[in-house]
Design a protein around this ligand. Structure first.
Ligand code: SF4
Length: 208
């Protein structure tokens, strides 16, 4: 007898969206997402579903959203704790924002093998979790780090260099798109992405 087929991803995305929409609070959503199997390859290779960090008390001043967990994040179960996370914390601090007051999320909650770019069906499947997270957090300001995150909010034809540096109104929120800290690291401390990231985070902080 042929083995059972894995579920089609669009059905899995619908299931994620339904489950997420039914979560009454952050802890319920985190518990449900932690066992998510919607993306067969990611579910089979991850160590943790990296649901995201939120402030211990109160609402976040802003929500920062990257692309997907890396190796350190997959090991620890927390977002932005590797080199990119250290740079993000530093630049937020220089802008006058304490990471403890910020919600830190990713578009896709499971690490793609080899840190490949998440595939469109994976982004689609995981979107249900993110949409509900944004509703539950209620933060009016979002920073999209990197092109994948920027495209999620601003559309598939987004060009980062053309949209950064100013807020965009999306679903009642101010969305700022800027470079991912990994790009800032790749181009070095004197590179344009790092300067742009620091400048954009300072502009976001000034807008709060
Ligand atoms: S990436 Fe998102 S949708 Fe896919 S298995 Fe992980 S939590 Fe589920």
């Amino acid at each position: 007898m042929a083995p059972p087929r894995p579920p089609r991803l669009d059905a899995a995305a619908d299931e994620v969206a339904r489950t997420a929409a039914a979560a009454p609070d952050w802890d319920s959503l985190a518990a449900a997402a932690s066992g998510c199997l919607a993306c067969p390859e990611l579910a089979a290779t991850r160590q943790h579903v990296v649901v995201g960090d939120v402030p211990v008390h109160g609402r976040p001043r802003l929500v920062v959203i990257g692309e997907a967990p890396g190796a350190t994040e997959d090991q620890t179960g927390r977002p932005f704790v590797g080199k990119s996370g250290q740079l993000l914390d530093q630049l937020l601090g220089e802008a006058g924002v304490d990471r403890a007051d910020v919600a830190v999320l990713n578009i896709v909650k499971c690490r793609p093998p080899g840190n490949r770019t998440p595939r469109i069906p994976e982004v689609t499947a995981c979107s249900g979790w993110l949409r509900r997270q944004l509703e539950l957090l209620g933060a009016p300001v979002v920073v999209a780090l990197g092109l994948s995150s920027a495209k999620w909010f601003l559309g598939p034809k987004t060009v980062l260099g053309q949209v950064r540096g100013r807020p965009h109104e999306v679903d009642g929120r101010s969305v700022w798109a800027t470079y991912h800290p990994s790009a800032a690291i790749r181009f070095g401390p004197r590179g344009a992405p790092r300067a742009a990231l620091a400048e954009d985070l300072a502009a976001v902080a000034a807008s709060l």
